[in-house]
Design a protein around this ligand. Structure first.
Ligand SMILES: N[C@@H](CCC(=O)N[C@@H](CS)C(=O)NCC(=O)O)C(=O)O
Length: 223
């Protein structure tokens, strides 16, 4: 069965789903959807958004009007990290968390941490350095985001000094959001700023065949 996905390739949360589907090798159909971004970039720069998210049909599936949303058979799900957990448990518990509840929980901890700690400053950094028109960018917000991120990445650096992957030594679904974040950070700041364990980790995760689904820099730093 083909999984239906609504989202946009420039959305880091959509990328989580694209990376999970690539890991699983599952067929899917992507419908481009967004209120803020379109084929040529952000609406704040006068570009046309992909749309779809404001239609009654979409809102019936996802009342937030955000992306991503998936439909698998008759089952609809939004919230990117919940989608990762659904795909992991449904299609590959062994590969995604070793079929082990503690590994599942350890990975869950990191995807929630990524959502709370890494996404907000990274989102602001991308917005205020790339996506907004020059006149709407606030260098203060960009600087604050950068300072916060440098501290936040230290926790990842320390963890990756203890374990080869983020939840433990083996790859798990917890590495999916972290892959997107590390890649985006490297594209934004350059690989020279990567601390030793994060640089080592970047080498490992970017060598996985699934990485091709999210490698394109335009998915991360264009717009
Ligand atoms: N917590 C939600 C957040 C969803 C969200 O805010 N997605 C962003 C893209 S990363 C979005 O929909 N942006 C507005 C848009 O593209 O219309 C999730 O993880 O799925």
């Amino acid at each position: 069965m083909t999984i239906e996905l609504w989202g946009r390739p420039t959305s880091a949360r959509t990328q989580k789903v694209l990376l999970a589907l690539a890991e699983l090798g599952l067929p899917y159909k992507l419908t481009l959807a967004s209120a803020t971004m379109g084929a040529d970039g952000h609406v704040a720069k006068g570009n046309r958004a992909f749309g779809v998210v404001d239609t009654p049909e979409y809102r019936a599936m996802n009342p937030n009007g955000t992306v991503p949303t998936i439909r698998d058979g008759g089952f609809v799900l939004w919230e990117s990290n919940a989608i990762l957990q659904y795909l992991a448990m449904t299609y590959d518990p062994a590969g995604f968390y070793g079929n082990d509840i503690r590994r599942f929980a350890s990975a869950a901890r990191w995807i929630m941490w990524e959502n709370n700690e890494l996404i907000p400053p990274m989102h602001n950094l991308v917005k205020h350095t790339i996506r907004l028109p020059l006149s709407e960018r606030d260098p203060g917000v960009a600087q604050q985001s950068l300072e916060r991120l440098e501290k936040t990445w230290n926790l990842v650096e320390e963890q990756l000094g203890r374990t080869r992957h983020i939840a433990d030594d083996s790859w798990s679904y917890g590495d999916i959001p972290m892959t997107i974040r590390v890649h985006r950070w490297a594209l934004l700041r350059g690989t020279d700023v990567l601390t030793p364990n994060i640089a080592r980790y970047y080498g490992v995760i970017s060598a996985r065949p699934s990485f091709e689904a999210v490698r394109d820099p335009d998915m991360h730093v264009a717009g």
